[in-house]
Design a protein around this ligand. Structure first.
Ligand code: MG
Length: 405
C-alpha cells in the first residue's frame, strides 16, 4: 500500500481568518459577506454559523432568520491573500507544496519515507502545529492523506473541521461510500442527473459499477480513469488533457463577415460553457482564434475570475473580439482555459446581486438543451447590454500578480 498525496483544505477559510484577526468574533456565528445588505449571500460561514444551517451561498436575509445573532463581516480579500501566502510558507516548512489548488487548498506529493502512514500523519500534525503557531489557532485546516490526490482530497473533506483522515488503498472504494455523488471531483449537476438515469444515486452505487459501465457513463476513457481513481490508482494527469474546452469552425464563404463570425463564436462558446458545466469545471481564461485569408492565424488570450456563467464568458469573448484585426475572417475558434474543479471555486467576493438569478437562468437553459437538443435554447446575442457591465472584480483562485494590478 502506498500513500502518495497529502491534501490540505482550510476550514471555513474567510470566516476563520476574520475570527483570527478580530478576537471579538471568536466563538460566534460569523458570515462573511461581499456587501452589507440582506439581499446578498454569504460567501463564507464560521463553524458556529454552520451549526445553524448557514453555508456559502445562503442568502443573508435567510441566514439572519436562521440565526438572529449572526455577525456579518465585510469581506477583506487583501487580508485573505496575505494569510494565504503565509499559510503556503508554513506548509512548505514541513513538506514541499506540489500545487496550490485555490486560496484555501493545496496538495503535497508524498515520496520516499514520507509514504508510511505513521510518517504521513506526523507531517500532517506538524503542519497543523506550525499553522497554529505561525498564523494563529483560529486558522485551522483539515488534512487528507491517500494513495492519490483525488482520494486525499476526499479524505480531507470527511472529518471537518480540524480533521485528519487517512484512506488506505485497501479500504477503497468502500471508504468513499459516505460521500455524495456531487462531492466527487468531475461530477457536476448534469453528470449527476445522467448517473441517476442509470440508477446510480449514491457513491456506493458508483463504486459498484464495473469498468464497462463506467466507460458508458462517461462516454469513453474518462469513465475508466474515474474507475481507477476511485480505487486509489495514481494516474498521470496530463495538463492538456482537460486543460481546455473549445471549438473552432471554418466559415462557409457566405458567412465570412464579422457579424456571422461573431454569431458562430457565440454558439461555440455556449456549447463549450455547457460542456464546462457538465464536467463540473469553472474556466479562468479564454482564448480567441481568428484566421484571415492569406495570413497566419491571430489569437488573443484573457484571464478572469474562474466562472461557468455564460453571460460572464460572453463578456470576455466580446472583449477579445474587439481586439481582432480588421480583416475578413475565414475561420474562428474559442477555447475556455485555466479550468478549475467546481468544488475549488468559491463564490465571488464582489459578485453582482443578480448572479444567483443568472445561475438559475443558466440552469434552465441547460435543462432545455438537455431535453430538446443542444441548440434548443441559447443566450441571445446580448452584446448591447454587455457593453456597460465591466468584468466583476473578484477572485476564486489565487490572485495572480498580473491580474492584481
Ligand atoms: Mg476550505
Amino acid at each position: 500500500m502506498t500513500l502518495r498525496a497529502l491534501y490540505v483544505d482550510f476550514d471555513s477559510y474567510f470566516a476563520s481568518v476574520e475570527q483570527q484577526e478580530q478576537p471579538e468574533l471568536r466563538g460566534r456565528p460569523v458570515a462573511v459577506v461581499p456587501v452589507m445588505t440582506d439581499s446578498t449571500c454569504c460567501i463564507a460561514a464560521s463553524y458556529e454559523a454552520k451549526a445553524f444551517g448557514i453555508k456559502t451561498g445562503t442568502g443573508v436575509g435567510e441566514a439572519r432568520q436562521k440565526c438572529p445573532e449572526l455577525v456579518c463581516v465585510h469581506a477583506r480579500h487583501e487580508v485573505y491573500i496575505r494569510y494565504h501566502h503565509r499559510l503556503v510558507e508554513l506548509v512548505e516548512s514541513q513538506i514541499p507544496v506540489s500545487a496550490v489548488r485555490s486560496i484555501d487548498e493545496m496538495w503535497c506529493a508524498l515520496t520516499g519515507s514520507w509514504q508510511s502512514p505513521a510518517r504521513a500523519e506526523q507531517i500532517a500534525r506538524n503542519i497543523k502545529r506550525v499553522i497554529a503557531e505561525g498564523a494563529g489557532e483560529y486558522v485551522r485546516c483539515s488534512i487528507g492523506i491517500g494513495p492519490n490526490r483525488f482520494i486525499a482530497k476526499q479524505a480531507s473533506a470527511m472529518n471537518k473541521p480540524n480533521g485528519l483522515k487517512l484512506i488506505r488503498e485497501g479500504d477503497l472504494p468502500q471508504a468513499l461510500h459516505p460521500r455524495q455523488l456531487r462531492d466527487i471531483t468531475g461530477i457536476g449537476r448534469r453528470m449527476e442527473q445522467r448517473l441517476q438515469g442509470f440508477g446510480i444515486r449514491t457513491v456506493a452505487d458508483l463504486c459498484a459499477a464495473d469498468v464497462h459501465l463506467m466507460r458508458k457513463l462517461w462516454n469513453g476513457v474518462e469513465g475508466e480513469r474515474m474507475y481507477r481513481r476511485l480505487r486509489g490508482e495514481d494516474l498521470y494527469e496530463a495538463p492538456t488533457e482537460r486543460g481546455s474546452v473549445g471549438h473552432s469552425h471554418v466559415l462557409p464563404p457566405a458567412r465570412r463577415n464579422d457579424a456571422d463570425a461573431l454569431k458562430v463564436l457565440h454558439r461555440m462558446l455556449q456549447k463549450a460553457a455547457l460542456r464546462l458545466r457538465d464536467m463540473g469545471y469553472h474556466a479562468g481564461g479564454m482564448q480567441l482564434y481568428v484566421r484571415h485569408r492569406g495570413r497566419a492565424g491571430w489569437s488573443r488570450q484573457t484571464r478572469f475570475t474562474a466562472t461557468q456563467d455564460t453571460v460572464e464568458l460572453e463578456h470576455a469573448l466580446i472583449a477579445l473580439w474587439r481586439q481582432r484585426p480588421a480583416l475578413e475572417p475565414m475561420a474562428v475558434g474559442v477555447a475556455l482555459t485555466r479550468l478549475v474543479e467546481h468544488q475549488q471555486a468559491t463564490l465571488p467576493l464582489f459578485g453582482k446581486l443578480q448572479s444567483r438569478n443568472r445561475d438559475r437562468l443558466t440552469e434552465v437553459v441547460d435543462q432545455l438543451n438537455s431535453r430538446f437538443g443542444k441548440q434548443a435554447a441559447y443566450f441571445g446575442a446580448a452584446h448591447g447590454a454587455l457593453d456597460e457591465a465591466p468584468m466583476r472584480i473578484a477572485f476564486t483562485q489565487i490572485p495572480d500578480p498580473d491580474l492584481e494590478r
